[in-house]
Ligand binder design. Structure first.
Ligand SMILES: [Zn+2]
Length: 344
């Protein structure tokens, strides 16, 4: 784990600049107002136009940045497909605007489209808020923090332009042909339920979205909408599947940080990272029963902002739930008070 396991193929470009990542593939790096301060968006060229891979956050600055790219880099050809890897607002954010702008459908997986539509809808009867409050109460989150996190329930709607009412579905194994090159749709699970990437065996390139990232571990979280989900199992299965499916020397174009090689090393490191976290958490449970809130301070350093905290809590719960599923811990749901994880 000490030696760098991946090799970056580029220095980090400035925001808004367009880099040729490979023949017929442009890479745009745009800023994000989060701890993770940027996103990579890609454009694939064909004879007749461009396929956009992810759209950026739904804020006015991102749309303006896209207009500058469209004016300067499309060579007079239109955008002909808007492909979104998953529902997170930094990827789906401009999908509504961009599909309107070019008169196109949104291309994504069915699950990602459904979740985006669900989260962008109005919480008319307040049930989403109530589910969120219950989730944080069961997790043992203190009232002052819980009220901040619950307010974030509507955050998704603020991060996206209106999610299109109709879409064009892609599913695992489908092939999209762009400029005579076949790109296979690869579903990765864990970070999002049906995250879609694109792999070309011929070009030996994988557009990985957030499913695999070179530096940070993609967030694997349990969320209020499915409090007993087991996304870490999904993610570990995806790591195995990707190892079999794509070669070690594939060039990876990810949605964060920079294009890299060392794919199988990265897959192995991510699996090892989670195995270690499971062990750390299991050992902490030997001392005393832990609430989900307690598990956060076992796995993460203090000083997180609310945005980071919601991801840290979700990720800590994902690890606790995996320990339960592996019979390494027991989940107790007392009649009163938060749920407790312990060694049994
Ligand atoms: Zn994401």
């Amino acid at each position: 784990m000490d030696a760098p396991s991946v090799t970056y193929l580029f220095d980090t470009p400035d925001f808004g600049t367009v880099t040729r990542a490979a023949e017929g593939i442009l890479w745009v790096r745009l800023p994000l107002p989060f701890a993770l301060n940027h996103i990579n968006l890609y454009l694939l060229e064909s004879e007749t136009g461009w396929t956009v891979i992810d759209t950026g956050l739904g804020d006015p600055g991102t749309a303006e940045a896209w207009e500058r790219v469209f004016a300067a880099h499309l060579g007079g050809k239109p955008v002909e497909r808007v492909f979104v890897t998953h529902f997170h607002p930094d990827h789906m954010g401009q999908a509504g605007w961009m599909t309107e702008r070019w008169g196109l459908p949104l291309t994504t997986s069915r699950t990602e489209w459904l979740i985006a539509r669900m989260l962008a809808s109005d919480d008319g009867d307040g049930s989403r808020h109530r589910a969120s409050k219950l989730f944080y109460a069961n997790s043992g989150v203190p009232e002052d923090v819980s009220s901040i996190l619950t307010k974030r329930v509507d955050g998704y709607r603020r991060g996206v332009t209106p999610v299109p009412n109709a879409f064009e579905r892609v599913k695992d194994g489908d092939v999209l042909t762009v400029g005579g090159v076949a790109w296979e749709v690869t579903v990765g699970r864990g970070h999002a339920p049906e995250h879609v990437g694109l792999y070309s065996a011929e070009r030996n390139i994988f557009l990985s979205g957030d499913s695999i990232l070179p530096r940070i571990s993609p967030n694997i979280s349990v969320w209020p909408a499915e409090p007993e989900a087991d996304p870490l199992l999904d993610f570990m299965e995806t790591l195995d599947e990707f190892t079999r499916r794509m070669p070690a020397d594939v060039t990876v174009l990810p949605a964060h940080d920079a294009p890299f090689t060392g794919f199988h090393n990265r897959l192995a490191d991510l699996a090892e990272h989670h195995r270690q976290r499971l062990t750390v958490l299991e050992e902490a449970m030997a001392d005393r029963p832990l609430t989900a809130w307690d598990t956060v301070s076992v796995l993460f350093r203090p000083g997180m902002d609310p945005h980071q905290m919601s991801f840290a809590l979700g990720e800590a719960i994902a690890h606790a739930r995996r320990l339960v599923a592996e019979d390494r811990a027991v989940l107790e749901k007392p009649a009163v008070g938060p749920w407790l994880y312990h060694r049994g």
